[in-house]
Ligand binder design. Structure first.
Ligand SMILES: Nc1ncnc2c1ncn2[C@@H]1O[C@H](COP(=O)(O)OP(=O)(O)OP(=O)(O)O)[C@@H](O)[C@H]1O
Ligand SMILES: [Mg+2]
Length: 370
């Protein structure tokens, strides 16, 4: 991995600039605002949006770049982490190097540029996971999970910020689509049926289970398919339900695979409340021991064999597996919290697990920024 030393690859003035921008205040946007703004994608609005991003993205990127420099336990020096830092610095430089956005021509060029920035960061999650894994290997048994609290909190902030940056860029880029799908404002769907999204996500998870185990428990979904949400991002919901169902299928499969009993189905219940829409994923996969519960939302805990391999090509590898990164739950919770929701796991050891995914129906909470 050809990660460069900071002083070799980046000028002092760039690094100083990163530190200046990293101190500026970030501006959060709500789902509601994104939708209202995006429902009128006039040239003028696109220009305003681009000008906002031109100022906001360097602030958010700089904050993360600075944090990447100052991680505990030598994590910052791990080659994979240096690589991620370089992506952040390159993107900071690209956005800052772009001149003032004055008209539609500038706006189009800017949009192309940030689109490329988003692609550059596609593999940040597995790359960071690799860095953390390298660290874990060095430390071996020396540290217990609590010592890694600081790293865990950093990763929560880091991935949350990434969700926000990608949402803002993706939303802006998507608003240029001349033929948006019906009821879509950029990434946001104005009539999303949670039952339908849950069904698609379940099918995807079940296909992976079938591939991996040769069989898969049934999944039953309860809820009104015609019920729709006034605003949400279907890809986010898909990802969360997919992760939860994958966990449930794995647990049930592992428990019943070698027994002569029929696997009990995974049950998904969709409830539409006034404040929240709640999705419960319920399984009889034996639950999680209470001693394991504090760890399930950390980025280092998985009871599956880790599929990450330092030699595997992160760009091309088919890295969708049943389990193994220990990222499914913490990342899903961040997606839920990003728009004001949450994720809770309740387990009955010896019986099964319930995951409660709460989504705020109003969508008026600001992005959580730190
Ligand atoms: N429904 C469930 N039943 C039993 N154990 C579960 C369930 N959901 C999660 N777990 C436990 O929590 C751990 C962490 O789950 P998480 O989804 O974060 O990571 P993972 O499934 O191991 O890997 P991946 O990143 O691929 O999802 C799992 O390894 C498993 O031990
Ligand atoms: Mg998982």
């Amino acid at each position: 991995m050809a990660a460069k030393k900071l002083c070799e690859a980046y000028s002092k003035s760039l690094i100083d600039e990163v530190h200046r921008w990293g101190c500026l205040k970030q501006t959060g946007v709500s789902l509601k605002y994104m939708m209202e703004f995006g429902s009128r994608p006039s040239e003028r609005n696109l220009l305003i949006s681009a000008q906002f991003l031109h100022k906001e993205l360097p602030i958010r990127i700089a904050r993360r770049a600075i944090e990447l420099e100052n991680l505990p336990y030598g994590l910052s020096e791990k080659p994979a982490v240096l690589k991620v830092r370089d992506w952040y610095l390159d993107s900071f430089r690209d956005v800052r190097a772009f001149p003032e956005i004055k008209d539609t021509v500038d706006e189009r060029d800017f949009t192309q540029m940030i689109k490329a920035v988003k692609v550059r960061h596609n593999n940040v999650v597995p790359m960071m996971a690799l860095g953390v894994q390298q660290l874990k290997k060095d430390m071996k048994q020396k540290v217990v999970c609590e010592d890694l609290d600081e790293i865990h909190q950093f990763l929560d902030r880091f991935y949350m910020s990434r969700i926000g940056i990608r949402m803002l860029i993706g939303q802006h880029v998507e608003l240029h689509n001349p033929n948006p799908p019906p009821h879509c404002v950029g990434y946001i769907h104005t009539r999303m049926s949670p039952v339908e999204v849950a069904r698609n996500a379940s099918e995807d998870a079940r296909a992976i289970c079938l591939r991996e185990y040769g069989s898969a428990p049934d999944i039953n979904i309860y809820g009104d398919p015609s019920f729709t949400f006034p605003r949400y991002v279907p890809t986010h919901l898909h990802l969360m339900v997919f992760e939860l169902v994958k966990n449930s299928l794995r647990a049930v499969q592992e428990r019943f695979m070698d027994s002569d009993k029929v696997s009990p189905p995974v049950r998904i219940i969709v409830a539409d409340g006034i404040e929240d829409v709640t999705i419960k994923v319920s399984d009889e996969g034996g639950g999680i021991p209470r001693s394991g519960l504090p760890k399930i939302f950390t980025y280092l805990y998985s009871t599956a064999k880790n599929p990450l391999d330092e030699n595997s090509d992160l760009g091309t590898a088919d890295n969708v597996t049943m389990a193994g990164y220990g990222y499914g739950l913490p990342i899903s919770r961040l997606y839920a919290q990003y728009f004001g929701g949450d994720l809770q796991i309740i387990s009955m050891e010896g019986y099964g697990t319930d995951a409660y995914l709460h989504l705020s129906r109003l969508g008026d909470s600001q992005e959580p920024l730190s």
